[in-house]
Design a protein around this ligand. Sequence first.
Ligand code: DC
Length: 231
Amino acid sequence: MHIPDIIIAVDGYSATGKSSVAKLVAKQFGFLYLDSGALYRGVTLYALENGLIDPEKGIDEAALQQALGHLDLTFRAGDGGGTYMGGRRIEEEIRTLEVSSWVSPVSAIPFVRKYVDERLHALARHGRVIMDGRDIGTTVFPDADIKVFKVASDEIRAKRRYNELVAKGEAPTMEAVLKNLKERDYIDSHRETSPLRRAEDAFVMDDTDMTLHEEVVWFEGLIRGKYGILE
Ligand code: DC
């Protein structure tokens, strides 16, 4: 089926499986997948590695703002693809529980949001993009052609994130994972600058009891329905 060069925004709470389905939809329809959370995670990793975060004193915002002037975060496709900081692949490092526990406060800083928004607009300039995050359909691309807001039960979200971390060799407790998810939900939806919320024109998808395949079929139905593609 031929799909026009549209922008699809997928927003929702942490660990609702936004990236898993977005990646598959991108592959199936020949879209570019952009993971906005990975950019916030990249900024957080940079801050942690460069001593700009102190567990007692918090984030050194002045130093971080200066660093963003030359921080080169981007995505590469294909084998060895993923998120890059300069020439270094950081796909694994940005998914640790340590980065997860600082990413929400870092992403609540307005100049960090501006930095990420600009990167996303530059990366999406050719269109035909599916992007996931918290504020894509409300702030980054309020005119996105299709908007989806994902939700899932706390239990399934914690289970998914726990399994991901264990597969990567970390040894978190389920309680720590759930606590991190809830803290991030709270910070992400209560911050002043572009908080997480459903865009009025977003379709809600509750994937608690859905398989990934069912989710892809759901997206396909949405796209076909919107563009009147019957075959
Ligand atoms: O999708 P994720 O869990 O990788 O995102 C990590 C954090 O980044 C999330 O807790 C909040 C922040 N984020 C955001 O504020 N806005 C986005 N568009 C994407 C992520």
